[in-house]
Ligand binder design. Structure first.
Ligand code: DLL
Length: 435
C-alpha cells in the first residue's frame, strides 16, 4: 500500500515485518532505559534474575514481571521517573488505588511524540486545517484536554479549548463558529445531544466528526450520536499511564481501533493467570511503552478487556486493532454468579427507541441474593402517555436485558432528568451490596 495524503506519517503503513522489527528494537531499548534509570525496575528485574540483554526475541518479554496499578501508588509521586526533574516539563494525574493518584511525567520530547500520535489519530478520521475542533473535555489533570488540544493545533485545525460544562454556551459556539469536529466522553456527548434537542438547533450544526472515548460505550450509543449530530462517531482509547488519549483509535472503516505498534508493545493475557491468551481470544490488555522517555512503563496490566485483531485493515494501516473495550476487569459486575459489564446493559437500552439517553445500575442484596435494578430514563412523551404503555415498556426492557445478560433484572422507569448528568466519565453503577 503506497503512502498517500490520507496518512499522517509513513509509520502508519510500514510493512508488517519492518513494523515488528522497529517495535522490537524499541522494546529492547525501553527495557534497557527502565533498568538503567528506574530503581524500581532494576530491583524487579534483578529479583526475577533477568538482565535486559536476556531479551533476544519478542516472546522473551514474558520473563519480565508485570507493572500494576499499585506500583504507581508505591512509587508516588516521582519514583517511576527515568529522568531527573529538570527534564520533566509536564505532569498529569489519574485517580488510582488506595487514595494515591497515578502521577505521569513527560519530557519535552514525550509531549512532542504524544502530540504527533494523537494528531495521527485525528488526521486518520479526517480532521484537516480549516476544521473547527471543539475539545469538550476536562483540561485539568485529565489527559483528554491537553492531549487532544496539542494534536489538533499540530494539524492546523482551529482549536477551541471548550472544556466541560456551560453546555448551552458551548452549543451556541458550535453554531456560531461552525464547529466541524468535537471530542468528548460519550456520556457528556449524550448530555450535549439532549441539550441540543431542547434548544432545537440540531439543523444549525455543521458537525462531521465526533471523537469519543475515555470510558466504555456501545454500538447503539454510537448510532444515537451519529443520528443526532449527523456525524461519524469514532472510538478513542487511551490511558494516562501510556501518555493519555491516542493509544488506539478507530479508522474510517470503524472496525476496531488501530493500536500503534511503533509506540507500544501489545500483549493480551488471561486476567486471572497472567498467561497469554490464544490469537483472537478475549483477555486483559498489557502494554509496554516504547517511546516514553520520562516513564518507560514495562508490561502494564491495564485492566481493560479486549480482543486483538492482527489481520490487515482495509484502510491500509498495518497496525493491529483492538476490539471495542467491554470495560475494565474490575468494573465487571458479578450478579448471582453471572458476569455483566455495564456497557452490555447500555447496548441493550440504547436500541430501544422509547428509552432516553441515561441509565443507572443499582446493586443490592436481599436475603443473601444479589438484586440488580436498572433505572432507565424514558422519553417525555412516554411518561405523559397511558400507564398501561409504561408497564408494557418496562416488560419489554426487562425481556431484552434478560436475552442479552441471561439474568433477571428489575427495571425502574424514571423521568428524563432524574439521573445526574456526567461531564466526564459517567458513574453508572451504585453498589449497595456491602452496606
Ligand atoms: O481516559 C485517556 C483518554 C482521554 C482516552 C480521552 C480517550 C479520550 P485515564 O483517565 O487514565 O485516561 O483512564 C484510562 O479509561 O484504562 C479504560 O479503562 C478507560 N477507557 C479509555 N478509553 C476507553 C474507550 C483516559 N475508548 C481508562 N473505551 C482505561 C472503553 C476506555 N474504556
Amino acid at each position: 500500500m503506497p503512502w498517500n495524503d490520507e496518512y499522517w506519517d509513513k509509520e502508519e503503513v510500514l510493512p508488517q515485518k519492518e513494523l515488528e522489527e522497529l517495535q522490537f528494537k524499541r522494546l529492547k531499548s525501553a527495557i534497557r532505559r527502565a533498568y538503567d534509570h528506574v530503581e524500581f525496575y532494576r530491583r524487579r528485574l534483578k529479583e526475577a534474575n533477568i538482565d535486559p540483554d536476556d531479551i533476544k526475541k519478542p516472546d522473551d518479554i514474558a520473563k519480565i514481571p508485570f507493572t500494576k496499578r499499585e506500583h504507581f501508588a508505591q512509587n508516588y509521586p516521582f519514583g517511576l521517573f527515568a529522568v531527573p526533574k529538570e527534564r520533566i516539563v509536564r505532569i498529569h494525574t489519574s485517580s488510582g488505588t488506595s487514595g494515591k493518584p497515578k502521577v505521569v511525567g513527560y519530557t519535552a520530547k514525550d509531549i512532542e511524540t504524544w502530540a504527533n500520535m494523537v494528531a495521527r489519530c485525528l488526521y486518520m478520521v479526517g480532521v484537516r486545517p480549516g476544521d473547527v475542533f471543539q475539545n469538550m473535555s476536562n483540561y485539568a489533570f485529565f489527559t483528554g484536554g491537553l492531549g487532544f488540544h496539542y494534536a489538533a493545533e499540530r494539524i492546523g485545525a482551529v482549536t477551541i479549548p471548550a472544556g466541560v460544562g456551560n453546555t448551552e454556551r458551548q452549543i451556541q459556539y458550535m453554531v456560531d463558529f461552525g464547529t466541524t469536529a468535537v471530542h468528548a466522553t460519550p456520556s457528556y456527548a449524550m448530555h450535549v445531544k439532549e441539550v441540543v434537542e431542547e434548544m432545537g438547533v440540531a439543523d444549525k450544526l455543521k458537525l462531521r466528526i465526533g471523537c469519543f472515548g475515555a470510558e466504555p460505550w456501545s454500538e447503539n450509543t454510537r448510532k444515537r450520536l451519529e443520528d443526532a449530530f449527523g456525524i461519524k462517531a469514532y472510538d478513542s482509547y487511551g490511558l494516562s499511564e501510556m501518555n493519555g488519549p491516542g493509544v488506539a483509535f478507530e479508522c474510517k472503516e470503524q472496525h476496531g481501533l488501530h493500536i500503534w505498534a511503533d509506540h507500544y508493545f501489545i500483549e493480551v493475557v488471561d486476567p486471572k493467570t497472567g498467561e497469554p491468551v490464544g490469537e483472537g481470544e478475549k483477555g486483559e490488555l498489557v502494554l509496554t511503552a516504547l517511546t516514553k522517555e520520562a516513564m518507560p512503563i514495562l508490561r502494564y496490566r491495564t485492566g481493560d478487556i479486549t480482543i486483538i485483531e492482527n489481520e490487515k485493515c482495509a484502510c491500509g494501516r498495518t497496525h493491529p486493532r483492538l476490539m471495542r473495550i467491554l470495560g475494565r476487569s474490575d468494573d465487571m459486575l458479578i450478579v448471582r454468579g453471572i458476569n455483566v459489564f455495564p456497557s452490555q446493559i447500555e447496548h441493550v437500552l440504547m436500541q430501544i427507541p422509547e428509552v432516553g439517553d441515561n441509565f443507572q445500575i443499582v446493586l443490592t442484596r436481599k436475603e443473601e441474593l444479589d438484586e440488580i435494578t436498572v433505572r432507565v430514563e424514558v422519553r417525555d412523551e412516554i411518561f405523559t402517555g397511558e400507564l398501561r404503555d409504561l408497564k408494557e415498556l418496562q416488560q419489554k426492557i426487562q425481556r431484552a436485558l434478560q436475552r442479552e445478560l441471561l439474568l433477571r433484572t428489575n427495571v425502574e422507569l424514571v423521568e428524563k432528568g432524574s439521573i445526574e448528568r456526567s461531564m466526564g466519565k459517567a458513574k453508572r453503577v451504585i453498589d449497595l451490596r456491602s452496606i
